[in-house]
Design a binder for this molecule. Structure first.
Ligand code: KG4
Ligand code: ZN
Length: 342
């Protein structure tokens, strides 16, 4: 079955087709992402109403373009998956409306996908030895930082989460206070590559407490003070970026190791935008290998928001016989633990 996936939860319009007959990474037969970054950059963050309107303009043309480029006729589509939540309600409704209408017109089933389940399952889209549950997932995006025990696909138990800022949000806010344009996370990470390790040392938040929760907002204040009292040169900005990145990466790695121990697993999967971070990937590889386990990431392009992960997660649920009714349903706040098993 070829499943069309549509992602519109925030500031990226993503469209993809996943073919379950091929499976693995080869199953991803078409994909395109249109980013609204330029639209929101002048405001320093995502403006929800502008995001919704831009999804209205882009979603259907992007569906046509993606199918045309891949040489797939609409009649070959066997199901339509869309992000039903969590996310911005107006943005979600656009994708849901387009997806549900297309499914109705093509007379195929539709399925609403949980955005974080999409992220979480993305590392399974690989040809060789895809990880199999049970495993621990670290979900690190702009809106979420969660450790989840994946007992089976669709059975998710939250082990810990951030009490304030998400890891990606901390990257973005820290970048902003040092004068980098929105969205600063990837730029801050690039700058950190040039920085001197150890010149700035920031605390690893909450590692001396039991439990698997995170807190990143205090780190931002530490950076603000260090930046304010510095010479504010390019070299100092890079050194602070390095100190910040090391603090976030160390904290995430320490908690991931504890989560693996708590869950009795040796496989870790990492997903979400911050999963594209090079130093995080290296550190988690070293940690899991030392434990005799492994870590799996999606390719960097599938770490940030995209339609492929929605097509893939939707395909698994459609193949299990799950279907959405005719309503255009979205769930802006949605707990993954309430999802049905697959
Ligand atoms: O998953 P995603 O595309 O969107 C959400 O669902 O939130 O994640 C976007 C987040 C942003 O906060 C961005 O700054 C961060 O991921 N990000 C990174 C990197 N690439 C993206 N953070 C650190 N290092 C990176 N290389
Ligand atoms: Zn996301």
């Amino acid at each position: 079955m070829k499943v069309l996936g549509i992602e519109t939860s925030c500031d990226e319009t993503g469209v993809a087709v996943y073919d379950t007959a091929l499976g693995g990474a080869r199953g991803l037969v078409a994909q395109a992402v249109y980013s609204q970054i330029e639209l929101h950059a002048q405001y320093g963050g995502v403006v929800p109403e502008l995001a919704s309107r831009d999804h209205v303009r882009k979603t259907l043309p992007l569906v046509h373009q993606t199918l045309d480029e891949a040489g797939i006729a609409p009649g070959e589509i066997g199901g339509v998956a869309y992000t039903a939540g969590p996310g911005l309600v107006g943005a979600l409704l656009v994708g849901a409306g387009v997806a549900r209408s297309l499914a109705w017109a093509l007379d195929v089933p539709a399925i609403g996908v949980h955005h974080m389940e999409g992220h979480l399952l993305a590392p399974l889209m690989q040809d060789e030895a895809p990880p199999e549950p049970p495993f621990v997932a670290l979900l690190v995006s702009g809106g979420h930082t969660q450790l989840v025990h994946v007992e089976a696909i669709g059975r998710y138990r939250l082990l810990g989460e951030t009490l304030d800022d998400a890891a990606g949000e901390a990257f973005d806010k820290t970048a902003k206070l040092m004068g980098l344009p929105y969205p600063g996370g990837p730029q801050l990470a690039a700058l950190a590559q040039q920085g001197t390790p150890g010149r700035f040392h920031f605390a690893r938040p909450m590692i001396d407490r039991p439990g698997l929760d995170f807190s990143f907002s205090g780190l931002k204040t530490q950076v603000l003070l260090a930046w304010r009292d510095s010479d504010q040169s390019d070299a100092t900005r890079a050194d602070i970026a390095r100190g910040f990145e090391d603090a976030v990466v160390d904290t995430l790695a320490i908690k991931c190791e504890r989560a693996l121990e708590a869950a009795g697993c040796d496989t870790l999967i990492v997903a979400g935008g911050v999963g594209a971070n090079r130093r995080l990937r290296e550190k988690l590889h070293v940690m899991t290998t030392a434990r005799g386990g492994r870590v799996a990431f999606p390719p960097p392009a599938l770490c940030t928001d995209n339609g492929a992960m929605i097509a893939f997660a939707g395909a698994l649920r459609l193949e299990a016989g799950q279907r959405q009714g005719l309503e255009i349903g979205v769930v802006p706040r949605w707990d993954m633990a309430t999802l049905p098993a697959v």
